[in-house]
Design a binder for this molecule. Structure first.
Ligand SMILES: C[S@@+](CC[C@H](N)C(=O)[O-])C[C@H]1O[C@@H](n2cnc3c(N)ncnc32)[C@H](O)[C@@H]1O
Length: 378
């Protein structure tokens, strides 16, 4: 028997058993649970939830029949309201543990931006699934911690366009791809190697369905609005950079008061779309690693830099340069609170302070956390 203290990044419940930390999948803070312990690894143990002895009021019945088997969602057993509270406390925990704020130190205020808890997901990756009871193969999602595919007939977190596609999604014989990316939004759907054109904040942005583009269009709109409010408070800047720019969304949305902009991404397909999405008179797209861009820029950073790295966080070289001679204003967008807080600690030590910090609920029903932070140095 164990009592769950809190959720940790990744959505696992943290409990203690005979003084040792135990992680429990599917348990919520405050719950008393029966668990089966697995072997000890380092200073902690994984466990299997056998039954919930005392549930908390935040627990709800998962809405999706595939929940638990499908690897997509991991927080459907908590109300959406509670998910937001847990995510805030996971971020606070990361700020304290990895971000250098310490267990007692004051934390920056965290703004919270959330949207629809269901039907929000515009981008999904499906896999060809084995035949179902009617003998017909369909598409599905990877099972939890497995390479096996769970056939899916419907998915309540998917956008309406994807849900209607999914209901009739039967692979066309042997030609059907094993892996299929699908993007659905604004009444349209594209899949595979197709291209999608999206209206965002008064602009049309195009991207490859199998390249990178944010999965929650509504929250991307909120993020764009948030950054535009920050920019309004900064006023005009001489020049800016959008690093890890993907298809150039942020660069494209920066107002003319941001002067000349350099946008950098290592993926050639993303760069091709970044060029198509931005005005070449104002924005130059560099198809290279951020480290290579830095190496070719002895003059240092422009006044405003936006970074949106993958899960692993900032490249060590970029982080070092930002600490040594970074810009006055740094907008740091991240999809991993642990690596974000790890990098933030170094930036703070180098003299940056947090002007604004927001938690964006890009992925309701999952423990994923997106953050956006405005850092400034004197
Ligand atoms: C989280 S995405 C952000 C994309 C973009 N900001 C957006 O919101 O659409 C991270 C991007 O970083 C790019 N990337 C990953 N590692 C990189 C590196 N070392 N140098 C440059 N770009 C990189 C990927 O191709 C991807 O487009």
């Amino acid at each position: 028997m164990a009592k769950v203290e809190k959720l940790v990044p990744g959505g696992l419940g943290l409990a203690r058993h005979e003084g040792q930390v135990v992680f429990v999948e599917g348990a919520l803070p405050g719950e008393t649970v029966e668990i089966e312990l697995s072997d000890a690894k380092g200073g902690f143990r994984q466990s299997r939830l056998v039954r919930i002895i005392e549930p908390v009021a935040e627990r709800v019945a998962p809405a999706c029949p595939h929940y638990g088997a499908c690897g997509g969602c991991d927080l459907q057993h908590a109300s959406h309201q509670a998910q937001l509270v847990y995510k805030r406390s996971m971020l606070e925990d990361s700020l304290r543990r990895q971000g250098g704020y310490g267990l007692e130190g004051a934390l920056p205020e965290i703004d919270s931006l959330a949207g629809e808890p269901w039907g929000y997901r515009n981008r999904m990756q499906f896999h060809r699934a084995p035949a179902m009871a009617d003998g017909v193969p369909r598409y599905g999602l990877k099972r939890r911690s497995s390479e096996a595919v769970e056939p899916i007939g419907d998915c309540p977190v998917a956008a309406a366009e994807i849900r209607s596609w999914l209901r009739g999604a039967v692979p066309a014989g042997g030609d059907a791809p094993e892996r299929l990316m699908v993007y659905g939004a604004q009444g349209r759907l594209a899949s595979g190697t197709g291209e999608f054109r999206l209206d965002l904040a008064g602009r049309v942005l195009s991207f490859a369905v199998d390249g990178f583009f944010q999965s929650n269009v509504a929250l991307l709109g909120s993020l764009a609005q948030l950054m535009s409010g920050w920019l309004g408070r900064i006023g005009p800047v001489a020049a800016a950079a959008d690093l890890y720019c993907g298809c150039g969304v942020f660069a494209a949305l920066l107002p003319p008061g941001c002067g000349r902009i350099e946008a950098v991404d290592s993926n050639p397909v993303n760069c091709r779309f970044a060029r198509a999405n931005t005005d070449p008179e104002r924005i130059t797209v560099f198809e290279c690693d951020v480290d290579a861009w830095l190496a070719g820029r002895p003059e240092g950073f422009p006044e405003l830099v936006i970074v949106d790295p993958p899960r692993i966080g900032l490249s060590r070289r970029l982080l070092g340069q930002l600490c040594a001679e970074g810009p006055r204003h740094l907008f740091f967008v991240s999809c991993d609170p642990v690596t974000f807080c790890r990098d933030l600690k170094e930036l703070r030590t180098a003299g940056y302070h947090v002007r604004e910090l927001a938690l964006l609920d890009f992925y309701p029903q999952t423990a994923h956390i997106e953050t956006a932070c405005w850092l400034e140095r004197p």
